[in-house]
Design a protein around this ligand. Sequence first.
Ligand code: AMP
Ligand code: GLY
Length: 445
Amino acid sequence: MTHVLLIGNGAREHAIAEAVARSSRNPRLSAFMKTNNPGIASLASEVRIGRYDAPEAIIAFAKETGAEFAVIGPEDPLSYGIVDDLAAVGIPAVGPTRALARLETSKSFTRNLLETYGIRGNPRFRNFSSIEGIETFCDELAGIVLKPDGLTGGKGVLVQGDHFQTRAEALGHCRDILKTHPGVTIEEKLEGEEFSLQCLCDGRTVVATPPVQDHKRRFIDDRGPNTGGMGSYSCPDHLLPFLDSAAVTEGLEITRKVAEAIRLETGISYKGIMYGGFMITASGVKLIEYNARFGDPEAMNILPILRTDFIDVCRAIIDGALDRLEIVFEKKATVCKYVVPVGYGLPQDHRDAASTSSRIEIDAVPGARLYYSSIDQRPDGLYMTSSRAIGVVGIADSLEEAERTAESAVSAIRGPVDHRPDIGTEPLIRKRIQHMKMIRKEHIG
Ligand code: AMP
Ligand code: GLY
């Protein structure tokens, strides 16, 4: 029996739970969740509901259930140092210690790390802890991006053209940020197409999983406000339509060097997921940011097609043995579409309040996988809350077929719900390819 403790309560963690449950290593799953996810609960032998910032409760649960190791889904418990707390009672984890989770929680830490160790991929940037010098630096940049230092729940990055227009506005934002954060990183705005490269790291060996493209904007054609991610796709060749194998290798090489740099810098081995948010630009692959965990939705693209036993993968990460494990992903296309309440992602006063606490009904959905996110199981059925409700994943030999599978499953979910019908479709993918062509042409020309 392999007893695994999972921390987390979203669709990403539902996909992790399923990967554990699929293992042939006689798995027994216990789940520590902030809210009760019925999908995870159905796969777990024990469930505990509690707060991620209360390590005593998590440790007590881990000891009671006899966890052999833990898998940490979201960033919050990582940033609170749950991996350190678990290590103190002899329970190893797939996930970095608090100091190493700075890769995600501190934008300045990561930018400095790349610079100090001469790793390519940084845009022009500078870190500021006061307003002094910000105006001059902004004047040197063609486009400005502002990043508060510290975890911001994915909503803290401000991009010129999207969130503000002028330099004066940028300065105003910096003043506000510095009131609530220890610093702000200011960087050059990059142009290109983004991709997520989720890598497994045991401290020395780094293994890439298939690249995925996420869709942050709330509405069709990449319009509307940014969200946690409305859906994502991956391709059977483990590349993306605008991304060749050289670019994927470049992202992996950067991540390998960062894993080494972080070990040299801190003296600690990074054991967990290094999810690089990269952008392919006219001048190669650039690093947007690292996350210290799987992506949500991107975990739902890669875990269902992982052929290697997930428990073996976790053990190899913990034991520093990734170089001795063959990690295989099926050559399949995946399309994930998030079903959300119609009011999701909109400002409070534009929200149809009723939709965010409505009941939904799910008809039979042959062929697709459903991963529950913010879903509340009540005696009379499933209810949505204010956030993303269900990740619907189609898996097939071609992107077209995977998209169709996901789409037909989405239409089987009834209630005041919405999704992005364009994710994974040919017209949107063509737009991505055209976008890259245009950027390369402008660069040459
Ligand atoms: P978030 O995931 O909310 O932290 O937002 C990060 C997003 O900001 C990325 O997905 C990019 O779209 C954007 N972004 C961050 N840094 C840059 C940059 N240097 N150039 C252009 N866009 C950026
Ligand atoms: N897909 C964005 C994230 O997980 O941060």
